[in-house]
Design a protein around this ligand. Structure first.
Ligand SMILES: [Fe+2]
Length: 165
C-alpha cells in the first residue's frame, strides 16, 4: 500500500506527463488557428499557464524525490481519449484537436481535484495551494473550450472544400 507521499508523487508525475502532452497539443492547435486572432491568443495564454504548471509540478516532485514511485508514469496519459476522438469522422485535424483539448481540460480538472485532496491529506500546504491555483486555470480553460468549440468548428467549415467543387 503506497504511503500518502508516494501517492502524491504518483499523482504529480501523471499530472506532469499530462501537461507536457497539453503543451504540444496547444502549440499545434494555436498554429492551426493562427488566422483566428482571439482564439489563438487564448490558446497561447493557456500554453503559458501550462508551462507554469509544469514548473509548479516539478517543484512538488522535487520535494518527494526520496520517495520511490509505486507506478510507472503513463507516457501519454490522454492519448486513449485522443484516439477515441481521432476515430470520429470530423474531417479536420484542428477540430479533433479542439475536441481533444476540451476532453483534456476535463481530465485535468479531475486530476487536480484528486491532487488537491491528496496534498491536503498529506499536510502539504504548498502543493495544496498550487493545485488550487491550477484547478482554477483548468476550469476556466475547459469552460472556454466549451464556449468556443462552435466558433472553431465554423472557422474550419468555412475553409472546407465544398463537395461539388
Ligand atoms: Fe490545461
Amino acid at each position: 500500500m503506497p504511503t500518502l507521499q508516494e501517492n502524491l508523487l504518483n499523482c504529480l508525475r501523471d499530472a506532469h506527463a499530462m501537461e507536457c502532452h497539453a503543451e504540444k497539443m496547444l502549440k499545434a492547435l494555436a498554429d492551426q488557428l493562427s488566422d483566428c486572432t482571439e482564439i489563438k491568443a487564448r490558446l497561447d495564454e493557456h500554453l503559458l499557464e501550462t508551462m507554469d504548471q509544469q514548473v509548479l509540478l516539478e517543484t512538488g516532485m522535487k520535494r518527494y524525490a526520496d520517495c520511490a514511485p509505486t507506478q510507472v508514469v503513463l507516457k501519454d496519459p490522454p492519448m486513449i481519449f485522443a484516439h477515441a476522438v481521432e476515430r470520429m469522422s470530423l474531417g479536420h485535424e484542428a477540430l479533433k484537436r479542439a475536441m481533444t483539448g476540451y476532453v483534456l481540460e476535463t481530465i485535468e480538472i479531475a486530476l487536480y481535484t484528486v491532487l488537491n485532496n491528496a496534498a491536503q491529506a498529506a499536510g502539504d500546504t504548498e502543493l495544496q495551494a498550487a493545485s488550487e491555483r491550477i484547478l482554477l486555470e483548468e476550469v476556466a480553460m475547459a469552460q472556454w473550450f466549451k464556449e468556443h468549440l462552435q466558433e472553431i468548428t465554423q472557422a474550419f467549415i468555412k475553409t472546407a472544400t465544398p463537395p461539388d467543387a
